[in-house]
Design a protein around this ligand. Sequence first.
Ligand code: KIV
Length: 282
Amino acid sequence: MSTSSQIRRIGVPELRARKGEEPIVSLTAYTAPMARMLDPHVDFLLVGDSLGMLVYGFESTLPVTLDMMIAHGAAVVRGSERACIVVDMPFGTYEASPEIAYANCARVLAETGCAAVKLEGGVAMAETIAFLTARGIPVLAHIGLTPQSVNAFGGFKVQGRGEDRAAEVLADARAVEAAGAFGIVIEGVPEPLARTITQETKIPTIGIGASPACDGQVLVTEDMVGMFGTFTPKFAKRYAELGEQLGEVAATYAEEVRARSFPGQEHCFDAAPAAAALKKNG
Ligand code: KIV
């Protein structure tokens, strides 16, 4: 019998049932220590492929590999006990066919222990989402400003402006819902469009640069705490300036090392007796 803690993880059906109820709270996490800190406060942790920029220093999410997502997904599962864990499918691992998507999503679920995958796309991905969900793989869809399409969009630009484009994004939402997605991340669209999608779908919408009317919100944790350089997207509220604080702490440490005031006696092993013995023998 397991002796591990009795805390039960939030599951996909519980998230699904939150449509129109208490807002769903989500943040990104890529490592076990970060997962441990955020776990008590969120409903689901998203192991986003934004780790390509935030952990690996790439300019976009496109170079992120399945192995990277699996390594970070497994770390976040190990570091958490309560939150539902959703792992992003990286670019090139699910678009070619439902069968390829199934093989790669199954690896992610089996090798990380996560509960669900997230993939980008609406109408174009509906067949794949139906194939996955019919075979037991819960899918969180991601529509609007989908960062893996940065080249097609010509940059990270708000999507769904104007009647025709808004109708396309709404059609994406309807398609992924009909295909069996348990929720929809809506990123970077006009606020009234996100509100309309939320009203017109029966599955939870999770907003990022979307609308307070969404059924939940997600932020990239590093954006939220000021740990990603100077650029913060308009939609990311900076609740802290940890990057600035880290710089100040590193400067103090450097000063103390150079002045030999760090380490102190309290940071050394057997320091006082050793010094006394040396003195006596000398
Ligand atoms: O990769 C990511 O972190 C995401 C969120 C921005 C939704 O997809």
